[in-house]
Design a protein around this ligand. Structure first.
Ligand SMILES: [Zn+2]
Length: 430
């Protein structure tokens, strides 16, 4: 692709700047530029498509270093590009754990070499995610982390958590917290409710999530600092976030596509591709989550892309690891469930993938403003199709959405002005 581009004919939606109209978008040397000033630009006609700021997935497990049988930085970012994401935040539960500058550097070097989209590393809050001792947060910040998280684990020691929140504020790093009281959730494999009783399986009480969300709201208030609740899934926790936000507390939350689309009734299939943590909840919780996306309580959609090998997942339900992949189905599922079912407008939906995550991270991303890096997601809002997991770029296949019939998907992904994925004739991937 030439160094100057003008995208023409597309419906441009940039929620951060309240733009929703057909207009030209210019790119020069990898950044957005005024199209009127580009004299030698290649013109690319995107009539019929929607052009949006590059989608950011704030919750992704790339598994490298350590668990490269399930995913690598290369395959994970290829999957991200195919799903319409231009940037992913990489969770620190790698092996070794990303609780030190050396591992962060390793991830950044590998991402620079093999990454297809931007990889934003997230550092651990506690050493080895053990929840016992704080990680060296200053060193992690210098090494380039964009946030802190113990995802997969949750710091149970409130005193330690309080110090982590205070330090994270000092270093201007948002906290992304997986909220789970370990004792309350102990031994559970699915949501505690009608279906866990019916199926005779150990349930995880929503109270395990609610208690930690309430704790985080208290610490966010006391420290006046940003805590982002990962994969919020139950009605009570959503209500806590809603009330805290009303009080001006710096708390935010994300919803996953699977909690938006599915409920615990699926567990009767005993398919481990429906096993994740937090678990699929009740229909009442699912409706509350959609309501929270509508009223702005939940500002982010994130996948919690968690690849596991076929060998690891092909075991009895009780023994299977938690987690499913999501990068290559998130946009399809959310366009279908939220936009086409009339819950969110397209600008509202796009905001959850752009402005929302950019605000949590406090980074200059998620908008098409001139001078910013030219990260673009192009959507085909009415394209119909069926998810075929055998065609995924991810190394793993643990998805509950194989065979899912969708309307709306990502059509092309552009990072720093360079097309990294495309299914559009007028635009070819480099
Ligand atoms: Zn988690």
């Amino acid at each position: 692709m030439s160094k100057q581009l003008i995208f023409t004919g597309a419906r441009v939606i940039d929620p951060a700047r309240n733009i929703d109209q057909v207009m030209d978008i210019g790119v020069k040397d990898g950044v957005f530029a005024d199209p009127a000033e580009l004299k030698d630009a290649e013109i690319i006609d995107l009539s019929g498509y929607v052009l949006a700021p590059g989608f950011i997935d704030i919750h992704v497990h790339l598994r490298q270093p350590g668990k490269t049988g399930a995913e690598t930085i290369h395959t994970g970012t290829k999957a991200a590009a195919a799903g319409g994401f231009t940037a992913v935040v990489a969770m620190p539960n790698t092996s070794p754990c990303a609780d030190n500058p050396g591992t962060i550097q390793l991830i950044r070097d590998c991402a620079a070499r093999e990454g297809v989209v931007k990889v934003l590393p997230c550092g651990a809050m506690s050493k080895n995610l053990a929840g016992e001792e704080m990680a060296g947060i200053g060193g992690l910040k210098s090494a380039g982390v964009v946030a802190l998280s113990d995802d997969g684990k949750c710091i149970q020691n409130h005193e330690l958590m309080r110090h982590v929140v205070e330090y994270s504020r000092t270093f201007s790093l948002p906290i992304l917290d997986h909220c789970e009281d370990k004792i309350l959730a102990s031994g559970g494999v699915m949501h505690e409710g009608y279906w866990s009783v019916f199926l005779g399986m150990k349930g995880m009480s929503p109270a395990a999530e609610e208690i930690m969300v309430a704790r985080d709201a208290i610490f966010a208030r006391m420290s006046d600092w940003k805590i982002h609740i990962q994969h919020v899934s139950c009605k009570g926790a959503i209500e806590t976030v809603r009330n805290a936000r009303k009080d001006g507390i710096k708390i935010s939350a994300e919803a996953t596509p699977h909690h938006i689309a599915l409920t615990d009734v699926e567990i009767k299939k005993f398919d481990t591709n429906y096993k994740m943590n937090p678990p699929l909840r009740s229909e009442e919780d699912r409706i509350a989550l959609i309501e929270a996306l509508k009223d702005g309580t939940v500002t982010v959609i994130a996948t919690d892309h968690a690849p596991h090998t076929e060998t690891d997942k092909t075991v009895e339900f009780d023994y299977a690891p938690f987690g499913i992949i999501g990068l290559e189905t998130a946009v399809n599922v959310c366009m279908t469930e939220l936009y086409h079912k009339g819950h969110l407008t397209l600008p509202q939906l796009i905001s959850k993938f752009t402005e929302g995550p950019a605000d949590v991270l406090g980074l200059p991303m998620g908008t098409l403003e001139n001078g910013r890096a030219a990260d673009i997601t192009i959507l085909a809002p009415d394209e119909k199709g069926v998810v075929d997991s055998s065609k995924f770029f991810s190394k793993s296949r643990n998805t509950p959405f194989n065979g899912y019939e969708y309307t709306g998907c990502a059509a092309a992904t552009i990072v720093d002005g360079k097309c990294v994925f495309s299914r559009i004739d007028a635009l070819s991937a480099e």
